[in-house]
Design a protein around this ligand. Structure first.
Ligand code: FAD
Length: 429
């Protein structure tokens, strides 16, 4: 068969490229299909603030060349208070990071197909055989890895798909790279070399906003929220995310030169979306989904690069095991059972405690502004790593920090989230 590869990766984001690099480096034939053209890549897909931490940089050998700025603390801000945690991090140039990962995959032996938008799987006798791209072109492969992000053209296919990304679970984000930041403005926490996340419904209803310092007077300034009723309750139907972002920038004294929206002159604009949803499955016979395609992004603070890379690595390892079965005269084993090894790895290594993280996300995003202020006080009073434990949804930490006024919110989130708990789902099935 012409154009037959061992693995076809759909989408050249961090998750797909890590999968491609893993498989190609062991000598298998890998095709990476990317919708953007070679000249522009990455343009539209250059969407991320790309704040990340040493685990990701070290585990995947990411070079310092793609770092815009190193940071030494994470700040959590509420309307009237803040909490600082010492934590080393790096804000990447996401476009350069993607180009680096593409070079790595190609150097390992993968073949890049630019300007190749995948629109559907090639299915024969109920099994995936490859992908259709750029209209009616076809490329055949033993295994397909959908890494196209929330568009998920293979993972959401009616016949062989395994995920249904629901509109009410979609988080949208916009950010500007801006100059003119006063990092140490009076009355605010010092933002120098920090990644700051702000919980404040007046700015980001049902979500959060951020300022990540990228050196001198420059910063990535953004805002995201889940596009559901919480946002509409605060802002109504006709208020959009850009209004929210730009009004914040105008009102915030940390941009002293910006007095109205016309003064905003971003160096770059980034935008994107991801679903905050627990996938029931991340694979099917001959196909796996990685990164944002299967909602791998961490729900609470939107960290999707590290989790995406981990998912690409684990899908790559699973593909190697499946293909390896064919080395000794037999056929590659691309059965549903073999692919389910990836499901297990996703739950254990990529997104452990996912249900608890989802629970915490909904609890925090739905709390009132005044509660965010008291939360900062509580974090300051507690010793050690309580923010991390709280983030992880550690029951003891939640109980320690819970107050009487949290009970209605806790009850509501518990009611909404219990049906999604893996044990309950298994029981229902
Ligand atoms: C505004 C914003 C800020 C963020 N900030 C951070 C942060 O600070 N830290 C962090 O860790 N994460 C952050 N994230 C999340 C992170 O960027 C994503 O989780 C991560 O990029 C997911 O990687 P991916 O490889 O799954 O998908 P993507 O990066 O979305 O890559 C998908 C690729 O597939 C291509 N593609 C799409 N459709 C098709 C198709 N049909 N056929 C072929 N190719 C296709 C796209 O062009 C793209 O190159 C942020 C996201 C947004 C939107």
């Amino acid at each position: 068969m012409e154009d037959k590869y061992d693995v076809a990766v759909v989408g050249a984001g961090p998750a797909g490229l890590e999968a491609a690099r893993t498989v190609a480096s062991r000598g298998w034939d890998v095709a990476v299909l990317e919708s953007e053209g070679e000249e522009e890549y990455p343009a539209q897909s250059n969407k991320s603030t790309a704040g990340t931490f040493p685990r990701m940089m070290g585990s995947y050998n990411i070079p310092g060349d793609v770092v815009m700025h190193n940071t030494d603390s994470v700040l959590l801000e509420s309307p009237d208070d803040f909490y600082r945690q010492a934590r080393t991090g790096s804000v990447l140039d996401f476009g350069e990071f993607k180009e680096y990962m593409m070079d790595e995959a190609v150097e390992a032996g993968a073949e890049a197909f630019y300007s190749s938008r995948v629109n559907a799987p090639v299915v024969e006798d109920g099994s995936i055989q490859g992908v259709k791209y750029s209209g009616d072109e076809e490329l055949y492969a033993d295994i397909v890895i959908d890494a196209a992000g929330p568009g998920a053209p293979i993972a959401q296919d009616d016949d062989i798909g395994f995920i249904d990304l629901e509109p009410g679970n979609r988080a949208v984000g916009w950010e500007y790279l801006l100059e003119g930041l006063e990092p140490d403005a009076e009355g605010f926490a010092d933002l120098t070399d920090s990644m700051m996340l702000r919980l404040d419904h007046d700015i980001a209803p049902g979500g959060y906003s951020w300022i990540f310092h990228t050196g001198e007077d420059q910063a990535k300034v953004g805002l995201c929220y889940i596009d559901n009723e919480t946002h509409r309750e605060y802002r109504g139907d006709d208020f959009n995310i850009l209004d929210s972002l730009e009004e914040w920038i105008v009102d915030d004294p940390r941009f002293p030169e910006i007095k109205d929206r016309e003064d905003i002159d971003p160096v770059e604009r980034h935008q994107g979306s991801a679903h905050i949803q627990i996938p029931e499955s991340v694979s099917n016979e001959g196909v796996m989904g990685v990164g944002d395609t299967v909602s791998t992004v961490d729900p609470l603070w939107g960290e999707g690069i590290d989790t995406g890379m981990k998912s690409g690595e684990q899908a790559g390892i699973t593909a190697l095991e499946a293909l390896g079965q064919g080395r000794h005269g037999g056929e590659p084993d691309t059965s549903e059972k073999m692919m389910q090894r990836y499901d297990r790895r996703w739950r254990e290594k990529v997104a452990p405690n996912r249900w608890k993280r989802d629970f915490m996300t909904h609890l925090i995003y739905n709390a009132e502004n005044e509660r965010y202020n008291t939360l900062m006080q509580q974090l300051k009073e507690k010793e050690g790593d309580s923010l991390r434990k709280l983030n992880e949804g550690k029951a003891r930490e939640i109980i320690d920090i819970a107050r009487l006024e949290d009970l209605p919110g806790l009850a509501k989130v518990t009611k909404d989230k219990i049906p999604e708990h893996p044990v309950i789902r298994k029981f229902k099935d």
